[in-house]
Design a protein. Structure first.
Lengths: 291, 818, 165
């Protein structure tokens, strides 16, 4: 299981990196972030990029900072750094919780937040976080820099709105410091999640003011659970059990997941219902405890 | 059925002597090199200049191979050879095969005219590096004519199924029904017959290290030297020589430490044959190391894959009378070990119970899958599971306490001959059960179960009592046939002990493998016991196959017992000579000498003594100090044959004794089943094992936990999943799910020791026991948890999908609507 | 396309190395074959089993899904760097004492991961150790004696304040 040959460059500036993507377009170039998703695919020879542009030495792509109400994280920031960041813990605890569920420590030591988002594995946690958080993904290509809303970013399994000559450079997350939960079901601890739910709950007095939910494992990409969000708006936060169940049911009613060797469509629907409920209940309870 | 009219039992031994080293949990002798990263595994031994092989695998489950285009691959950088299956059929004969009809289900190292499973090798490339070899694989074009695949074993046996081997004219490779005792009478007299259908899907050893070989052909001598991490059945290595078309004495296979096996490296000769074939073809040393996908899809060692229809005849008071077992085993595309896995079942088919008669109907189905080989338990663990499922079902149907039902039927007089003719040498099943109940805190968990059910939580306690046989006889490979072609009866193990001029002892093991078992530690402890030296002062050497003594190698938990016998025999020869030598030096009659504390002394007189070292230096260097007939040197070898094997009767109503050293265990897992997710978690796990006298209790405990971890995998997570077209869906560790530290609970282990009357120190084998118990116990626990919901699982692994599906079918979960 | 060679500089177990490697060369193959450090093993080659674990700048990584070029400028620690001459690291000695190994194949990766675990948390509970070592598969031991060994080593290391790796 050795990877196929490729040409390689490790540029030091973003402009150089973008330039290489354009210049070597016919070689099917890819950028290399942590490689934790790409390299296994290459070892299986399922991915055969002719050119790899390693972003490890490009200045300015890592780091975590606040810009007002937005948490900005460089795409090359290692997941372990995001996991440990006190900034993230306060400003985007959903992200902190979710990133701690991505595989195991060694994967998070190498893997990057941008790499995970750009890889867009339908089972992955971070796309669900981006969707629930209404994050913006910032990409730079030969024509310049643009912001892509998370809702527009994930176009299919392993497929995003990034053009072949664009590089994801940063993730911009609106702050949501309060009620949050990332819950998931995997068969083996820390393996790929069969179902994952990202839940954000904001309170308005004793009621749920705002809810943002995203779910993985039930569609070709992670999706927002808008039906559930509708049910939850205005629900009684002091006893959310019934509303959570109803919200979960509302989302599940509109789903037609595919089955695989881990779970049939029926099982996925059952797990989705359970985990939506759990995510909503946990996020609501945390929202209440915050006050 | 006790001893009365049986012949040929070996003498009963006296185990009263106090032991100093046997029974101590000493640090393993093997460990330092592995801890320092100097283990010397096969891939560590590749020297510069060695070429690398990579195998092209079939993407089809069943297809004719029409043609190959290899010119581009041959021209690729660094490539030395491209050998297709058709080429290989000229260069090599078929693989060694103990199956029923090898001429008609012919197995080759690479597929020649037809591929029979996804992953089967069709060509091999030899290049300067594995990277370059894999690059060249992509340049080989193969034209296939796909054929319909058959994947379900029952469909494979039905009329009109696609034939895996046309020459066989059937997908039934073997079929026979055995009756032991009076089954019809026992069923007629029974009060109740309990019936069930059970399905055990295939899992496998999946050690972290794959199989590999480094081969060198020397045209000067016409010999092959192969280093490989596979061994066992070394007495049959001449079959591998046949495959390579060389005389047996021109093949030397040398063992190297293996990173785990669990059966899957047992006689796994295909990589060795491929590497050897490539070496001869290129004139260079060649390494072939399987990668993970090779090993999952093409390893020739998948585990049992069975469909059972069982009937258990019971009396209302819980007495078990008889059992009828109808089993179909899905062997995959080849059947290298025949139905030996069912011999393992027959060795302990009635479990620890006084069941009086057995009908065993076995059908071996061929399908388009990788073939079965060996996996810890070698088919007996499946029988344990099946039997304990039936005992649980019977207890439920009769309204009896399952623990009481077990006690009611326990065998209590030993040696005990079961209906098949095999013997259980010793045991104390009540003592094991009592200890297990205590360690399991059984009553506490029953109370917890009740309390938590009221909270809507489903806790289950599984309790199973089952056997763990050890030390197989050769007869179990041929008593399937009334007129076997080769009714072999040898399964020896050999050890040579050499005492050097300083009194230092070297133990030579012949074709014995290190696979994570501890042969060096075992041998060192036995040698230390014999000679009163430190186990750490013993040097252990692994000898290759060619000019060594006969040996069978690990398998069926035989190593500890067989090495014990071989060491005992070799030590006796050394002591005999040393006694004479010491007596001569002290001018005493040898009969007045006794062994004491590292030397021979005049009986009762430690002042007149010669240590082993003093004797040795004299024997090595001072020939003229001894009688003329005494040769220089001090060593002894023992070829230790199976101490207790008897022949099957001609009518096969009595299979004889073939697996006599019978261990026993009781496992008591406590689980919680989450009925929303189908997840099973452990709240407690107690296990008590009895494998006779323990040599290194800590080491055995490690095997129990490790074996249980694999049993957890088999029960809940691991399955080689083939879809209906024969595509292997679980082809990597992403989908073949191995338990991590979070899936395996901390275990509470207890030991009971009922020595074997027939073996040195009373040892029995115990390496497989954990896995032989855990699947049965965990299934029992899950069923106990779900009993109030009317759900019973009868299919392994009990994945969340299967559990939720069963709950839906019983109307017990709210996941049924979208 | 013609293979290119990249020059990398890295430190392995304290020794500096400069080497030319193909970009696709996996770090595990570089360590094993180019540097002869065969203590790091290959288990799955797709980043699941953890057998190939080494430390890169003190953090555990999976060397089977890391290119050697990604280790340029880094400090790599492998099992060969744990012992000091004849004296084993407390982790190694505890693995021997507690029989935390059987076949030894997962052991180097497990030891390196344990170094990281104890560097982060010198006084873990058994449950914390078990959760942390879930990153590394072992097929032989069932993890129990490994957990005991790590706990034992932690106690010894706290007592002597030995710096792990």
């Amino acid at each position: 299981m050795k990877p196929p040959p490729f040409s390689y460059a490790a540029p030091t500036t973003l402009a150089e990196a973008v330039g290489l993507l354009t210049e070597h377009a016919e070689a099917e170039p890819r950028v290399l972030a942590g490689g934790q998703s790409l390299i296994p695919l290459m070892n299986f020879r399922l991915a055969k990029p002719g050119y790899l542009i390693d972003l490890r030495n490009v200045a300015g792509l890592s780091g975590i900072r606040r810009e007002g109400d937005i948490l900005v994280i460089g795409a090359m920031t290692r997941m372990s750094e995001v996991e440990r960041s006190p900034e993230v813990a306060v400003a985007a605890p959903l992200l902190a919780e979710a990133v701690g569920l991505v595989a195991h420590t060694p994967i998070r030591n190498s893997g990057t937040i941008g790499g995970s988002l750009a890889h867009a594995d339908p089972a992955a946690e971070l796309p669900a976080v981006a969707l629930a958080s209404d994050a913006d993904l910032v990409a730079t290509g030969p024509a310049g820099t643009r912001r892509i809303a998370a809702a527009e970013f994930f176009s299919g399994p392993f497929s995003t709105a990034l053009a072949p000559d664009e590089i994801l450079t940063e993730i911009r997350l609106p702050l949501w410091p309060g009620g949050h939960a990332f819950v998931e079901f995997s068969r083996i601890h820390a393996n790929f999640a069969v179902i994952g739910v990202a839940a954000l709950i904001d309170l308005d007095g004793d009621r749920i003011g705002r809810a943002a939910l995203a779910i993985t494992g039930v569609a070709p990409t992670a999706i927002r659970a808008t039906a559930a969000e509708g049910v939850l708006a205005g629900a009684d936060a002091t006893d959310v059990t019934a509303a959570a169940a109803e919200a979960a049911g509302a989302t599940v009613a509109g789903l037609t997941p595919a089955g695989d060797l881990n779970a049939s469509p029926q099982t996925r629907l059952a797990l989705a219902r359970t985990y939506l409920r759990r995510g909503i209940e946990l996020a609501t309870s945390r929202a209440r405890n915050e006050r | 059925m006790t001893t009365a009219n049986r012949a040929d039992a070996p003498p009963v031994r006296d185990h009263s002597a106090k032991r100093r080293w046997v029974g101590q949990s000493i640090r393993r002798v093997e460990d330092p090199k592995f801890l320092l990263g100097r283990g010397g595994y096969i891939a560590d031994r590749i020297t510069p200049g060695t070429l690398h092989a990579a195998v092209l695998r079939s993407p089809h489950a069943h297809a004719r191979i029409l043609r190959f285009e290899t010119a581009q691959a041959l021209a690729a950088p660094g490539v030395h050879a491209v050998i297709t299956g058709a080429d290989a059929a000229e260069l090599c004969d078929p693989m060694p095969d103990f199956g029923p009809d090898p001429a008609r289900h012919t197995w080759r190292c690479l597929a020649a005219e037809k591929v029979r499973y996804v992953g089967e090798g069709v060509a091999v490339v030899v290049a300067d590096s594995r990277y370059l070899a894999e690059d060249a694989l992509e340049l080989i074009a193969v034209e296939y004519e796909p054929l319909p695949a058959v994947v379900d074993p029952e469909r494979a046996l039905a009329e009109g199924a696609p034939l895996v081997h046309e020459a066989l004219e059937s997908n039934c490779a073997y079929e026979r029904t055995f009756d032991f005792g009076d089954v019809e009478r026992d069923f007629a007299e029974a009060d109740v017959v309990v019936r069930d259908r059970l399905r055990w899907h295939r899992s496998g050893g999946q050690p972290l290290e794959t199989v590999g070989a480094i081969a060198e052909y020397d045209p000067g001598t016409g010999s092959f030297t192969i280093d490989t991490n596979t061994l066992s059945f070394t007495s049959y290595l001449f079959m591998a020589a046949n495959t390579l078309k060389v005389p047996a004495n021109k093949l030397d296979i040398r063992p190297v430490p293996a990173g785990g096996s669990f059966g899957s490296k047992l006689f796994a000769n295909k990589p060795a044959v491929i590497a050897a074939m490539c070496s001869r073809a290129t004139g260079r040393k060649v390494a072939y190391i399987e990668d993970r996908v090779d090993n999952i899809s093409n390893c020739d060692h998948h585990g049992s894959d069975r469909v059972y229809e069982v009937e258990l005849a019971m009396m209302r008071d819980g007495t078990m009378r008889s059992i009828k077992i109808d089993v179909i085993d899905d062997y995959g595309a080849y059947i290298q070990f025949g139905v030996g896995h069912h011999g393992n079942a027959l060795a302990q088919v009635v479990g620890p119970y006084t069941i009086g008669s057995v009908r065993y109907q076995v059908r071996a189905a061929l399908t388009n899958k990788n073939q079965q080989g060996a996996y810890r338990g070698f088919g007996s663990e499946v029988n344990n599971w099946m039997l304990e499922q039936m005992v649980e079902l019977a207890a439920r149907e009769l309204g009896l306490d399952p623990v009481a039902v077990r006690r009611k039927n326990f065998i209590r007089e030993f040696p005990y001959f079961i209906p098949t003719g095999n013997v259980y040498d010793s045991g104390d099943y009540d003592r094991v059960l009592d200890k297990a109940l205590e360690l399991a805190d059984y009553d506490h968990w029953r109370a917890e179960q009740k309390r938590l059910r009221e909270e809507g939580r489903y806790i289950g306690i599984g309790l199973i009592s089952a056997q763990e046989r050890s030390v197989f006889s050769a007869t179990e490979f041929w008593f399937w046939f009334d007129e076997p072609g080769a009714p072999v009866t040898s399964t020896p193990e050999s050890v040579s002990l050499k005492v050097d001029a300083t009194g230092g002892i070297t133990a030579i093991l012949y074709s014995c493998a290190f696979w994570g078992n501890s042969p060096e530690t075992m041998v060192s402890q036995f040698v230390a016991e014999e000679f009163d030296c430190s186990p750490y002062d013993v040097s252990v050497v692994y000898h290759g196959s060619r000019d060594g003594l006969p040996a069978t190698g690990p398998g069926g938990s035989r190593t500890t017992v067989m090495l014990a016998g071989a060491v005992e025999g070799a030590a006796a020869k050394i002591k005999e000579k040393a006694r004479r030598a010491a007596a001569h030096l002290l001018e005493i009659d040898p009969d007045d000498m006794e062994w004491s504390d590292g030397g021979f002394q005049v009986k009762g007189d430690p002042e007149r003594k010669k240590s082993l070292g003093e004797i040795a230096v004299m024997l090595h260097l001072f020939k003229h100090s001894f009688p003329a007939d005494m040769e220089s040197g001090l060593d002894g070898s023992k070829v230790y044959d199976h101490p207790y094997t008897t022949m099957p009767s001609a009518d096969r109503k009595d299979l004889g004794v073939f697996y006599p050293f019978m261990g026993h265990a009781c496992h008591v897992p406590v689980v919680e089943v989450n009925i929303e997710t189908g997840a099973v978690t452990f709240l407690h796990y107690a296990a008590v094992h009895d494998c006779g006298t323990l040599v290194n209790p800590r080491s055995l405990a490690g095997h129990i936990v490790g074996g249980t971890a694999q049993g957890i995998g088999t029960a809940l997570y691991e399955e080689y999943v083939y879809d209906e077209d024969g595509q292997l869906l679980s082809s990597s560790y992403l989908d073949y799910l191995i338990p991590s530290a979070m899936e395996v609970p901390e275990m509470t282990i207890g030991h009971v020791e009922t020595p074997s009357p027939y073996t040195p120190h009373g040892v029995k084998g115990g390496g497989e026991g954990g896995r032989m118990m855990a699947p049965a116990a965990i299934n029992a626990a899950v069923n106990d948890a779900l009993f109030p919901l009317g759900v019973r699982l009868t299919e392994l692994p009990m994945t969340p999908e299967r559990i939720l599906s069963a709950l839906r079918a019983a109307g017990r979960t709210g996941g049924s609507t979208g | 396309m013609a293979p290119t060679t990249c020059t990398i500089s890295l430190t392995v177990n304290g020794h500096p190395h400069v080497a030319g490697v193909e970009p696709r060369r996996l770090l595990v193959d570089f360590l094993r074959e180019d540097l002869g450090l065969v203590g790091t093993h290959i288990g799955c080659e797709h980043g699941v089993c953890g057998t190939c674990t080494v430390l890169l700048n003190g953090a555990s990584i999976r060397s089977c899904i890391t290119f050697a070029v990604q280790a340029d400028g880094a400090e790599i620690s492998t099992v060969e760097g744990l012992a000091h001459g004849a004296e084993m690291h407390p982790l190694q000695d505890e693995f021997s004492e507690k029989q935390g190994l059987q076949c030894g194949y997962c052991t180097p990766g497990m030891l390196m991961r344990a170094c990281e675990i104890l560097a982060e948390n010198p006084d873990p509970t058994p449950a914390e150790v078990r959760s942390a070592i879930a990153s590394n598969l072992c097929r032989c031991t069932g993890y129990q004696f490994i957990t005991e060994a790590v706990i034992g080593a932690a106690a010894r290391m706290r007592a002597t304040k030995e710096v792990a790796s």
